[in-house]
Write a protein that binds this ligand. Structure first.
Ligand code: CP
Ligand code: NVA
Length: 299
């Protein structure tokens, strides 16, 4: 049988996503009250990251440890894959040692190559084309605040072609939300990912008007460092600041997956403003990924 991978949001049937959100809420309550779990006892997770990470790596490690299992992070530079061993051989071997593989890489083709040869679930920990574990967490965070996802209006400000924006576009289709993207010319959502629930709007102010969620991400994603100066110029005027937030309803929440570059895509004041749930969003990675691991490894 093919392993049950989590490579994109659409890999989760909607009812599974709802169960994951319910279970994540239980994990959150348990952690707050000091209750520990053992549901993943004896399970081993291998993490392989071709790009840096703080949240994804540590939240996955903590998630499996706190549920009784183990994590092995294989530093990319110390792996034979970094010396050219095929990803398919790597996947076959790691599948015989571990119960799931978490992989962060560049192009999605590399993720698909690894997954094609893995006998255990492969989890997409970010590619150039998507960041589904982050957006799954963001959806949980939105549902936590508003009680539901359907019909929510999400304003995406800044890089409309980033991995985060692409996963948000997928989420909007799956969960019936309206995504309004305000991005500079040349940085819009790629045409093949557009659908009826996505709209490009001319200004950030128009995007946030009557929005439930205001979201942004770095202007220079990992792998694009060489374009930083060009991007800084292109994104001028797209900073999420208090003035922009004031144009959104008082009930709107502010999301950022972090890491943030203060003074570029977001100001320090916006991050610390009462609408910001950014650090709770980061915390939620732990709870949601516990529930995701249980779904992939136990169900
Ligand atoms: N948001 C996120 O994925 O952060 P890291 O790059 O630190 O994992
Ligand atoms: N778009 C960002 C997300 C970081 C978690 C990047 O790819 O660098």
């Amino acid at each position: 049988m093919m392993a049950r991978h989590f490579l994109r949001l659409a890999d989760l049937p909607l009812d599974a996503a709802r169960r994951i959100f319910d279970r994540a809420a239980e994990h959150k309550a348990d952690r707050r009250s000091g209750v520990t779990g053992n549901t993943l006892a004896g399970k081993t997770l291998v993490l392989l990251f071709e790009k840096p990470s703080t949240r994804t790596r540590v939240s996955f490690e903590a998630a499996i440890f706190q549920l009784g299992g183990h994590a092995i992070t294989l530093p990319w530079a110390e792996s034979q894959a970094s010396r050219g061993e095929p990803l398919t051989d790597t996947a076959r071997v790691l599948s015989s040692y571990a119960d799931a593989i978490v992989f962060r890489t560049f192009g999605e083709a590399r993720l698909l190559e690894l997954a094609s040869a893995a006998a255990v679930p492969v989890i997409n920990a970010l590619t150039d084309e998507g960041h589904p574990v982050q957006v799954l967490t963001d959806l949980f965070t939105v549902q936590e605040r508003f009680g539901s996802l359907e019909g929510r209006k999400v304003a995406w400000i800044g890089d409309g072609a980033s991995n985060m924006a692409r996963s948000w576009a997928e989420a909007a289709a799956l969960f019936g939300m309206e995504l309004r993207i305000s991005a500079p010319r040349g940085y819009e959502l790629p045409e093949d990912l557009r659908h009826a629930n996505v709209r490009h709007v001319s200004s950030p102010a128009e995007a946030v008007r009557d929005a439930d969620v205001v979201a942004t991400d770095t202007w220079t994603s990992m792998g694009h460092e060489g374009e930083r100066e060009v991007r800084l110029r292109a994104f001028h005027g797209y900073t999420v600041d208090l003035d922009l937030l004031d144009r959104a309803p008082s009930t709107a929440i502010l999301l950022h997956c972090l890491p943030a570059v203060r003074g570029e895509e977001i100001t320090a004041e916006a991050i610390e403003s009462p609408r910001s749930v950014i650090f709770e969003q980061a915390e939620n990675r732990l709870h949601v990924q516990k529930a995701l691991l249980e779904y992939l490894l136990l169900e």
